[in-house]
Design a protein around this ligand. Structure first.
Ligand code: ADP
Ligand code: MG
Length: 347
């Protein structure tokens, strides 16, 4: 309880301290001249998020977006005893009443599980816990422990029906792979509802934009992080969209010279070793991009390209463990690599 109060206070203080408006041009993000610029930050969903809005209503928009993010975090946190996900995870197999938002995200996750042939699985929480990814107390579980925990997987057994959900008794849900993308969609909508037509959201590396161009009429420029270092592998010019990256570098630990990363292969219950170092998905919807960045990372290069060819309404940038960069043809002209070997992936 005390922790919760402290974190609520920190969240509020962070937001207040950084929420400001300025008429100064900002060349670092937008190269905007003369446009009013507002920005706000919030710590939510285990990450630091910043929102920058241009033009009038920016502050109102940011406040509304920030409220949306905190509201969704309260519904979907795995650790907050008052969240709907916490209630589901501790329901012992009985029905739990849920909000429309939770019903929607669960249906979406179930659908994406099917589409990705199981690569996205929101019921890996017990396995993630065994590896210590939920607490930071890392360890390597043995095969028997992993096999026993994999018995608790159960996306196909999540029953969602008119405001209620039930999951099998030992199954636990964690929305870590998709919640930030969904929150980004809701935050972008909240900004638009307040009349904001130009904004950039950075939700812990998940980028979402509002408006096809910056106020100066040029495209948004998004740096794509180098999975092997601090810099970027290049810059992507985009309109209104989401640009979402998953990579093992986000959270990992090393034991006896082996690196264990936080994205698990649902089939083995072990960190995915697919040959990919990072996956960036570019598309209209944050939630789909977030779901795909995690699941195509699990699939690896060939299956990810296969998925793209079959489903296609998105683009992607894949970086292999060897440092090769693979870019789908739809964005090959808008991606300016800073270095490296780029291959264009065709239909
Ligand atoms: P991040 O949250 O670091 O930006 P992701 O969107 O890729 O990265 O989500 C990774 C998180 O999703 C993990 O920390 C874990 O909670 C959860 N997770 C890990 N493997 C899977 C998987 N195969 N399917 C669904 N969720 C997963
Ligand atoms: Mg994801």
């Amino acid at each position: 309880m005390k922790n919760k109060i402290v974190s609520a206070v920190i969240t509020a203080v962070l937001f207040i301290l950084t929420s400001c408006a300025a008429d100064a041009p900002d060349d670092s993000i937008a190269g905007v001249t003369g446009e009013k610029k507002s920005s706000g930050s919030v710590f939510a969903m285990d990450t630091y998020m910043t929102i920058t809005a241009y033009g009038k209503n920016g502050e109102k928009g940011i406040e509304a977006a920030q409220k949306e993010i905190t509201r969704l975090e309260k519904l979907w946190s795995v650790t907050d005893e008052n969240s709907e996900i916490y209630a589901i995870d501790h329901s012992g197999g009985t029905d739990v009443e849920i909000s429309t938002e939770t019903e929607e995200i669960l249906s979406f996750a179930t659908d994406m599980h099917r589409r990705t042939k199981g690569a996205l699985d929101i019921t890996l929480y017990p396995v993630l816990r065994a590896w210590g990814f939920t607490t930071g107390e890392y360890r390597v579980p043995d095969e028997d422990e992993i096999s026993a925990l994999l018995e608790c997987k159960g996306v196909d057994m999540i029953k969602v029906d008119s405001g209620k959900v039930s999951v099998p008794e030992n199954t636990e849900i964690d929305l870590g792979a998709i919640a930030k993308g969904c929150a980004g969609d809701a935050a972008a909508e909240a900004l638009k509802d307040q009349g904001v037509t130009s904004a950039l959201l950075d939700l812990g590396g998940n980028i979402q934009t509002v408006g096809d161009t910056k106020p100066d009429g040029t495209k948004w420029k998004v740096g794509i992080r180098d999975p092997f270092g601090e810099g970027s592998i290049g810059t992507l010019s985009v309109g209104e969209c989401a640009v979402i990256t998953s990579g093992g570098y986000e959270r990992f630990f090393e034991q006896d010279g082996v690196i264990y990363k936080h994205i698990l292969d649902p089939e083995t219950g072990r960190p995915a070793e697919s040959g990919l170092a990072s996956v960036t998905i570019i598309g209209n919807e944050g939630r789909t991009c977030d779901a795909l960045s995690t699941s195509l990372y699990v699939m690896g290069l060939d299956d990810a390209c296969g998925y793209w060819r079959e489903n296609g309404d998105f683009d992607m940038i894949l970086v292999s463990d060897e440092g090769g960069i693979y870019v789908t043809e739809g964005i090959s002209d808008s991606f300016a690599p800073s270095a490296g070997n780029v291959t264009v992936v065709k239909r």
